[in-house]
Design a protein around this ligand. Structure first.
Ligand SMILES: [Zn+2]
Length: 430
């Protein structure tokens, strides 16, 4: 029996605060108590409302550090951890010159695959990311590697084997049947094991034939608990290519619709150039979007219209999209999301940013009943942020700003250096 009372500043989102940052949607305790029993949250409140007795509870005092729910990264490629910062490319060239070569290396070198997977998990945790939806490569062992690394830390992680059968190097392509068999095997092996989940993962429309996408749709039907994870409408050249490859489809989303890949378990990364019809169809299906601001800016893909997507009711989470994304930090990712909004006349409220990075991300991945905030019964995944981590942060927070300003300053000045501790299901891992 493990019973720990964490004392410190604590904030978490109770629900979606919307674009105005509804202050009743956040709970903030300047002197708070997070009670964790056997890895689950029992209560979260003001310290003097809870007052755990020291005979029954181990008390950990975090002083004036800030405890937040662990961050949820809704779109990331672990094999690309080693290619962050590939210079001067747009999406299609970047895939050829950086992404595919490193994915080929994963295919031939099992030791390297395991090493990158461990490095990725370590980096995520050091940045306070406690859950993620992850692309592996086409190779089965690449999925084993990331699940093994996550399992060793008891991390809640969803991943999948990439499906490609054209328009990629030959050794990264396979037949429809090979992809199907491998995917089904991996679902049986990993889905539901400890805190792991599976996502059927066609890379994107240009690298699959309609036959492969249809087969993926059938797998999604046959496995009602798993997610579907792919890219959509990231870059204008990509959209043109999809138009050429699938002349029967009126727009990009229709390719996935025809294949049976649009449903409430679908997560689409990017969605930078969606038409309003596409947005409405995603909303109607109850599917989710992973907004990846550092990647969209880095590859020059464009500015995601968060407000339009959220206004039509789409679940949105934030994604780092490592390695086209430029930071493992979900604090930095919140900041870049803010800048993308600024350029479109929409200032992302700090409460909404925290929501997207925690509870909103959990909702996008269908795990909001398990993680995302400190509601009682949820798994105790959280991060402890040091407000004095750097000299500038210490000076900037010395006047004891309110929680709205504090969260915003953390997104501007915070990084992995700010993460003092990370806890997964009540166990300290950083
Ligand atoms: Zn991606």
């Amino acid at each position: 029996m493990s019973r720990i009372a964490h004392r410190g500043r604590i904030a978490h989102m109770l629900r979606d605060p919307g674009s105005t940052g509804d202050a009743t949607a956040i709970a903030y305790f300047a002197d708070g108590c997070l009670l964790v029993e056997n890895g689950l949250v029992v209560a979260c409140d003001h310290w003097d409302k809870v007052l755990p007795d020291a005979d029954n509870w181990q008390i950990i005092n975090h002083d004036d550090a800030l405890i937040l729910p662990g961050f949820v990264d809704t779109h990331v490629h672990y094999p690309q951890s080693d290619i962050i910062g590939g210079y001067g490319e747009h999406l299609m060239h970047w895939l050829d010159n950086y992404a595919f070569p490193v994915e080929q290396k994963i295919g031939t070198d099992l030791e390297y695959a395991a090493n990158v997977a461990e490095f990725f998990i370590e980096q995520s945790l050091q940045n306070g990311t406690t859950s993620a939806l992850v692309f592996a490569t086409v190779h089965q062992h690449s999925v084993d590697a990331i699940f093994e690394a996550a399992l060793a830390k008891n991390m809640r992680l969803i991943a999948g084997k990439v499906l490609m059968d054209r328009n990629a190097p030959e050794d990264l392509c396979e037949t429809v049947e090979q992809g199907n068999i491998a995917t089904q095997k991996l679902i049986e092996k990993w889905h539901g094991k400890a805190r792991l989940g599976y996502a059927i993962t066609p890379r994107f429309a240009p690298t699959s034939t309609m036959q492969q996408l249809l087969a993926a749709g059938e797998l999604l039907q046959a496995n009602q608990q798993v997610l579907m994870h792919t890219h959509l409408s990231e870059n204008k050249k990509e959209i043109e290519l999809v138009g050429e490859l699938f002349p029967d489809c009126a727009d990009y989303l229709e390719v996935y619709e025809k294949a049976g890949l649009l449903c409430e378990r679908s997560v689409f990364a990017h969605c930078v150039h969606l038409s309003s019809s596409e947005q409405q169809r995603i909303a109607k299906a109850g599917a989710s979007i992973a907004f990846c601001p550092t990647s969209n800016l880095f590859l020059g893909s464009g500015l995601f219209d968060l407000r339009a997507a959220r206004n039509c009711g789409i679940n949105v989470g934030l994604g780092t999209d490592i390695g086209a994304g430029t930071s493992f930090s979900m604090l930095s990712t919140q900041m870049e999301a803010y800048k993308v909004g600024q350029l479109q006349g929409d200032s992302l409220h700090p409460f909404e940013a925290l929501y997207l990075a925690t509870l909103g991300g959990a909702k996008a991945l269908h795990v909001e009943d398990k993680i995302g905030n400190f509601a009682s019964g949820k798994e105790a995944d959280f991060v402890v942020l040091d407000l004095k981590a750097t000299k500038i942060l210490a000076r900037r927070t010395a006047n004891d700003p309110d929680i709205r300003e504090l969260l915003f300053v953390l997104s501007v000045l915070g990084s992995s250096d700010t993460v003092l501790q990370t806890w997964l299901a009540g166990e300290r891992v950083v």
